[in-house]
Design a protein around this ligand. Structure first.
Ligand code: FAD
Ligand code: MG
Ligand code: MG
Ligand code: MG
Ligand code: MG
Length: 555
């Protein structure tokens, strides 16, 4: 599709359809939200619910503060402290928001309905199934664990995704200690039972390993002195380093700290099979297989697609994908006439390539129709281009270019800056590598909640921009329409707690901070990020209790 005129830059996807006209007397549009995790709740919190008839579906009637899940595995924080009941969260909006505790098992895109199943309804009428229709669908279903079809993983490994998982891990850890303390257990058996293996060296796996190590050295060794020498923790990571999404300095700091702590980090190994007492892994470099006995294994090696999302993608022709592709305004792609939006871990923004629109961009910049662009013509549209195609800005930054003039000069040679003019071929050449900078946002709570916020803002203003609900970005050409900027993720930094009251953090502006003070920063940031005063008080008092009395080691 081509640009619909007027605007400076093509909004090929969004211009294709327009929202239904809201009118004074018409019934409120139905918004159906699937999921009450980070994305779903941040959408609901920021949505002006009085404009819509809002329904929410989730099999769990609470929101879970996932960044503190690793702390729940060892009793540093109690499970109740990190969850907030959905009905309480939206108490003030309860007139406009209806919550159903049920699982959505099918989205019917063509009929604009969603099929749900309630776990508790089953006994009442033989089945707890029901159907809901919508005008706008907000898919915020999150992701599942990904075993990469590794044999034995589902049967033998623990996972760390939900609150129940964390509670189960806590029980399993204590079970291993009690089991190893029983009489008539051989040394070999003790060693095996007390071998804790974490598969996956990402932030979750690393934080869990650190948390477990603290639990061992601060609490359990005092309670189980006879078996402390048999305890071992191993992290298996397929890449060269753990925490490879962080700055290298952080990865190095973490690896060093773990080495001092006696946590074994096996990098360059891929787990190929898990049986009830052996984990088999293959060295990526030598190709040789090794098997190690273990007592407990936690799999945290990646995220996968929920079956209901898979099925939805099939219906709309998005195949061979891991997540639902949306446009930059978070609307599901290839979903014309079906007002579907997707946010959080179940979705990924597919950024439009500038090379696909290059002739049009050129034409629009060329205000005087001369067939060439002067530097001024380019500067005039640069801001819009960078908004629509953020990769342009990223590319210039990555090449240490201060100015688009550098980029152009690279393509047409060392021309004199002021009198520089480019034709379409040169313009294409200058921008030809820019699209390589397109990258998708990570699957984090930070991204999910920013997307929820952004989408709620779009919904709140939808009335004012009937023509294009999530349409072009700004008032261009004096058309007087209120347009939205595309969603842009703002990275506010990321923490990696490493145990022993130490943490590492990557902060905006390439700042890296590590050590004890960073742990205190972590405490304060995570306390402030709690969704309610109630959970904040609970979390802080859990931390205090742990400092004073240690962790609870009963199962
Ligand atoms: P979720 O928060 O997973 O929400 C999905 C929602 O959908 C849930 O309410 C679920 O109950 C519901 N649902 C599931 N299936 C169905 C169904 N069939 N029908 C209806 N509803 C359904 N991110 C960070 O930024 N920082 C961190 O420190 C951090 N630490 C983490 C630690 C752990 C242990 C884990 C597991 C994740 C961590 N994350 C962190 C990642 C973060 O939790 C996710 O990126 C975030 O939860 C994604 O939000 P979401 O709303 O897309 O999905
Ligand atoms: Mg959600
Ligand atoms: Mg969540
Ligand atoms: Mg995502
Ligand atoms: Mg010109």
């Amino acid at each position: 599709t081509a640009a619909s005129g007027g605007g400076l830059v093509a909004y090929a996807d969004s211009a294709a359809e327009s929202a239904p006209e809201p009118s004074q007397n018409a019934p409120k549009k139905k918004v159906l939200v699937l999921g009450t995790g980070w994305a779903g709740t941040s959408f609901l919190k920021n949505l002006d619910c009085s404009q819509y008839e809002v329904k929410v579906i989730s099999p769990r009637n609470y929101f879970a503060f996932t960044p503190l899940l690793p702390s729940v595995t060892c009793g540093t924080v109690e499970p109740r402290s990190i969850i907030e009941p959905i009905r309480r969260m939206f108490e003030k909006k309860s007139k406009d928001v209806t919550f159903y505790e049920a699982e959505c098992f099918k989205i019917d895109a063509s009929k604009k309905t969603v099929h749900c199943r309630s776990a508790v309804g089953t006994n009442l009428d033989g089945n707890g199934d029901f159907m809901l229709d919508y005008d706008y669908l907000v898919v915020a279903l999150g992701a599942t664990v990904n075993t990469f079809n590794t044999p034995g993983v589902l049967e033998h490994c623990d996972f760390l995704k939900e609150v129940e998982d964390a509670q189960k891990i806590r029980r399993s850890v204590i079970d291993c200690f009690e089991k190893a303390s029983l009489p008539n257990i051989s040394e070999e058996e003790k060693r095996k039972t007390l071998h804790f293996v974490v598969i996956g060296g990402g932030p979750t796996g690393v934080e869990f390993a650190a948390e477990l190590h603290d639990f061992l050295v601060e609490d359990l060794v005092k309670l189980y002195p006879a078996i402390q020498e048999f305890v071992k923790i191993t992290i298996i990571q397929s890449g060269e380093h753990i925490l490879n999404m962080f700055d290298e300095r952080i990865a190095a700091f973490a690896e060093e700290k773990f080495q001092r702590d006696g946590i074994e980090v096996a990098t360059g190994f891929r787990v190929v099979r898990v049986s009830d007492d052996l984990i088999t892994m293959k060295s990526k470099s030598v190709g040789e297989e090794v098997s190690v006995p273990y007592g407990m294994a936690v799999w945290s090696a990646g995220i996968g697609t929920r079956p209901v999302i898979m099925d939805f993608m099939q219906q709309i022709g998005q195949t061979n994908r891991r997540a639902l592709a949306t446009n930059e305004w978070l609307r599901v792609r290839e979903c014309e006439g079906v007002y579907g939006y997707a946010i959080g871990d179940c979705a990924t923004v597919s950024q439009r390539k500038i090379m696909d629109d290059i002739s049009m961009v050129f034409k629009m910049a060329d205000k005087d129709n001369s067939g060439t662009l002067t530097l001024k013509e380019i500067y005039d549209v640069l801001e819009d281009i960078c908004l629509r195609y953020p990769q342009v800005e990223l590319y210039m930054k990555s090449m240490h270019m201060l100015d688009i003039a550098d980029l152009i000069k690279g393509a047409i040679g060392d021309a004199h800056k002021e009198s520089m003019v480019v034709n379409i071929e040169e313009f294409k050449k200058a921008l030809s590598h820019v699209d390589s900078q397109v990258k998708s946002a990570p699957a984090t709570a930070q991204v999910a909640s920013q997307q929820g916020n952004y989408l709620a803002e779009c919904f709140n203003k939808m009335d004012k921009c009937k023509e294009q609900p999530e349409g072009p970005l700004r008032m261009t050409g004096g058309s007087g329409r209120h347009f939205f900027r595309p969603f842009r993720y703002k990275h506010l930094g990321q923490f990696a707690p490493l145990g022993g009251e130490q943490a590492a953090a990557e902060l905006p502006g390439d700042w890296v901070s590590m050590g004890h003070s960073t742990q205190w920063l972590w405490y304060s940031v995570y306390a402030s990020k709690q969704v309610s005063w109630r959970t904040r008080v609970l979390v802080v008092s859990d931390w205090t209790r742990r400092f004073v009395f240690g962790r609870d080691s009963s199962r």
